[in-house]
Design a protein around this ligand. Structure first.
Ligand code: COA
Length: 335
């Protein structure tokens, strides 16, 4: 495989990664104290033991804290950044873009930016977008953020959904490399028939917020978990395996699968389809739950900080989320 990678090609690579979570922890027993649920049910069905909750503040705070650390780790000033992409389904407000709010908090004076809404696939869709800005040759330094304050759209009386989600921010710096590292391949898809099964019905142009939409709880997440599960388990596994198969990589060539953290059983299915050992999958759903656009950069940040990711490692990032949106990205770690 090594010989096949062209080393002179300009590629987009992650050159710094960081994450940030609030201090407050909600464990499963908290939900069991007032809902008809149990720690045992939540752990066996989802793999989640606890999640973090941001009481005061917004998604931009989650994103800002992660972004600040990512820049510090790279030794960059906010003014070095040319473009900020913020992936989120929980923007501070419908507009202005949360990217602008983070830009202002960072004091980044020489950039533009925008938000991407691709639900749990936000980070992957954002990374592919950043990749194309870099590969075009027009941009050298992009700040990509995945952040969600899922507690702001969770109904804490609905046991089907509230136990699943947490709040977090992740951020990466994306730059150009020519040494054979960086993003090697991607496969991304959407299928709008999925809109029936995972959505937030109110607050948009179809159902603007009214007393009635609030009374009906349309400002909360709705999910038909079983239907979404059946699709996620297949599409995440198949797109992850595709990254190996069409690049001639075997399980030995892969250092890590970095899956979106929605359900431990979905991650396990992807791991098995790829023929990977258990220690080759980044899993932190037990400590954070599903943090939507933040899960993938959070995993990479934790594993990198623990010294478990090194230059030249092949990583397969994969996700599935509302839309439906899904896909996978193959990259070779750059630092
Ligand atoms: N505690 C106890 N029981 C619960 C519960 C909870 N927190 N949540 C749901 N249940 C009940 C349901 O009401 C249902 O009861 P019923 O059979 O009497 O109707 C039963 O448990 C089984 O529910 P079901 O939805 O079939 O469970 P599941 O095994 O599919 O697990 C999810 C539910 C949500 C964990 C799972 O479907 C899932 O992870 N879905 C995909 C999530 C995903 O990938 N989303 C995309 C990215 S966000």
């Amino acid at each position: 495989m090594e010989e096949k990678i062209q080393t002179k090609k300009r590629r987009a690579a992650i050159t710094s990664v960081a994450h940030w979570v609030p201090d407050e922890v909600l464990d499963n027993n908290y939900f069991a104290s007032y809902l008809d649920t149990s720690d045992e049910w939540i752990v066996t069905r989802t793999g989640i033991k606890e999640r973090r909750i941001l009481r005061n503040g917004a998604t931009s705070d989650l994103g800002y804290n992660a972004a600040k650390l990512a820049l510090e780790r790279r030794g960059m000033s906010p003014n070095d950044i040319q473009l900020i992409i913020c992936c989120t389904v929980t923007p501070d407000m419908p507009f202005p873009p949360t990217a602008c709010i983070i830009q202002d908090k960072l004091g980044a004076k020489k950039c533009w930016g925008f938000d991407i809404n691709a639900a749990c696939s936000g980070f992957l869709f954002g990374l592919e977008t950043a990749r194309n800005f870099i590969e075009s040759g027009n941009y050298d330094r992009v700040l990509l953020i995945g952040a969600d304050k899922m507690s702001s759209i969770s109904n804490y009386q609905d046991r089907n959904t509230c136990i699943l989600f947490g709040d977090a921010g992740g951020a990466v710096v994306v730059e150009a490399t020519e040494d054979g590292t960086g993003i090697l391949d991607s496969y991304l898809r959407v299928d709008g028939t999925g809109k029936e099964f995972l959505y937030m019905k109110g607050g948009g142009s179809l159902n603007p917020a009214t007393e009635e939409t609030v009374r009906k709880g349309w400002h909360y997440i709705y999910q038909d978990g079983k239907t979404v599960f059946k699709r996620a388990v297949v599409d995440m596994a198949e797109s992850s395996a595709l990254m190996m198969e069409r690049n001639g990589l075997s399980s030995e060539d892969i250092a890590y699968l970095v899956p979106h953290q929605a359900n431990l059983r979905i991650l396990e299915a992807a791991r098995e389809r790829m023929g990977l050992e258990k220690d080759k999958v980044m899993v932190n759903i037990d400590r954070y739950g599903n943090t939507t656009a933040a899960t993938i950069p959070m995993c990479m940040s934790e594993w990198w900080a623990a010294g478990k990711v090194k230059k030249g490692d092949n990583l397969v990032l994969s996700s599935f989320g509302a839309g439906y949106t899904w896909g996978a990205i193959l990259l070779r770690w750059a630092y």
